[in-house]
Design a protein around this ligand. Structure first.
Ligand code: ATP
Ligand code: MG
Length: 445
């Protein structure tokens, strides 16, 4: 439809007549010259209009009007980019309503609520734009890294017939004659795919019906998950740290300009990440006077404090109490020689095998960004763990049954896309890192 040249390419076509297309960022009208800053996805350029072109000189232009400009790029030692654009003609494609409801120049930044109400416009503000360019780099890196390492991408269903984790925090929806639920995780589906396809990953939305009111929780989240067979918790912790480092390196390289705009210096964590046990970390917090008991979950403040104590940007917290993690987390087996040796070496007590399971969290920049476990692949043990959680195994037949026909040992994890974006961009509110956040109060846009 439009034979257009992107602004970044205009610089390479000095002297030729070309047409640019984009938005009017601002105009500056002086007596003898008119400047229009034109913007497209590749950057901006100063368009110069001389008074001898009366029609262009007097053309009514406002912020965010969509225009095309035909003319020539010329070298300039005043323009920031080293070139400016001399306009021969301008076509107004679509006028923007005025005034703009959010300050996308970010001189006086509008409040988050207003920005979210006008998200389509807020995307044009440099910092918001940078956040989602960075998020895109993280997503692309995740997908490329796993695809390149033999993982197959799969798509789980989002409407499910029953709870995958047995929890109550599910949104229910009417589904013809029955009730259905929005998936709180792709758990069962990734396991079902892995036990046939061996190494799989997905990027999928999930929903949590908790009445959160925190800067780190949304009710709709995008999760980046993997699952793989012939693997235990340590195997997939290795995959996680490598994937994460790859994602961070890619973001650092591909969105250097955006990170700079946000004032972020991205330090790539060293491999391998430090591993500390849940039990050790409880001790560390107690030594600092925190009121936390063995068996408790950490508050977000305690996660931050722990990061200060461990002194590492990214680390694993492993061997969680069984009560804190889902029923499908693999317990240690004291009777097994390898497990017994690990328990003895780590805790000086094989009996700890009855208390902790092969589950881990990854903390990055003081916040949980990922959780994973080795899963139980034996239906009988699964039923036992479901009972141990006070649930009825008969209600989980659809789940336990999947492992009755040759399921290898397997493990996996999940990274929250908005959480990782938050840590990389340095935002303090997760809503900044979700294009169209869903929280307790927000369902539009
Ligand atoms: P948290 O303890 O932080 O509430 P969780 O342990 O309930 O999270 P998991 O079930 O482990 O969450 O989900 C895997 C990852 O998905 C988390 O590590 C996090 O990055 C992300 N995530 C989970 N729930 C949310 C949420 N409500 N809002 C934003 N991200 C979330
Ligand atoms: Mg978790």
């Amino acid at each position: 439809m439009f034979d257009r040249t992107y602004i970044e390419d205009a610089k390479a076509s000095v002297g030729q007549t070309i047409t640019l297309a984009g938005w009017v960022s601002r105009t500056r009208d002086l007596k003898k010259i008119r400047f229009i800053v034109l913007r497209d996805k590749t950057g901006d350029i100063q368009v110069v209009v001389k008074p001898d072109n009366e029609q262009l000189f007097n053309l009514d232009l406002g912020r965010e009007d969509v225009i095309t400009v035909t003319g020539r790029a010329v070298e300039s030692n005043v323009a920031k980019a080293g070139v400016e654009f001399q306009a021969d003609s301008i076509e107004v494609i679509n006028k923007s309503a005025q005034p703009l409801p959010v300050d996308i120049m970010e001189n006086k930044k509008s409040d988050l609520d207003t920005r979210l109400n006008y998200r389509f416009l807020d995307f044009r503000a440099p910092t918001t734009n940078a956040i989602f360019r960075i998020q895109n780099a993280l997503l692309t890196a995740f997908r490329n890294y796993l695809s390149g390492n033999g993982y197959m991408e799969f798509q789980p269903p989002c409407i499910i017939g029953s709870a995958s984790e047995g929890g109550a925090d599910l949104f229910s929806i009417p589904y013809f004659e029955k009730m259905a639920f929005l998936a709180q995780s792709p758990q069962l589906y990734k396991q079902m795919c892995a036990i046939s396809f061996e190494k799989v990953f997905t990027i999928t939305p999930i929903w949590r019906a908790e009445k959160f009111n925190t800067p780190t929780h949304l009710n709709e989240v995008r999760q980046m998950d993997i699952e793989q067979v012939f693997s235990d918790d340590e195997t997939v912790m290795g995959v996680l740290e490598n994937t994460l480092v790859h994602m961070l390196k890619e973001a650092k390289e591909k969105t250097a300009e955006q990170l700079k705009l946000l004032g972020r210096e991205l330090d790539i964590p060293e491999l391998p990440f430090r591993r500390i046990t849940y039990t050790e970390s409880i001790q560390m917090l107690q030594d600092e006077g925190e009121s936390i008991l063995w068996g408790d979950d950490f508050t977000k403040t305690q996660e931050k404090l722990l990061t200060e104590l461990v002194g590492k940007e990214a680390f694993f917290l492993k061997d969680w109490p069984g009560a804190q993690k889902a029923f499908y987390a693999m317990p240690y087996n004291k009777e097994n020689e390898v497990d017994a040796k690990y328990l003895e070496e780590t805790y000086g007590d094989v009996e700890m095998g009855d208390k902790v399971v092969r589950a881990f969290d990854c903390l990055y920049s003081g916040i949980e960004i990922s959780s994973g476990t080795m899963r139980i692949h034996m239906p009988e043990l699964l039923r036992e763990r479901i009972r141990y959680k006070g649930l009825n195994p008969d209600n989980f037949e659809y789940y336990t049954g999947a492992f009755a026909y040759g399921a290898p040992p397997h493990a996996g994890w999940s990274i929250g896309l908005e959480r990782i974006t938050m840590t990389v961009t340095g935002m303090s509110n997760i809503r900044e890192c979700c294009m169209f956040p869903r929280d307790r109060d927000r369902l539009v846009p």
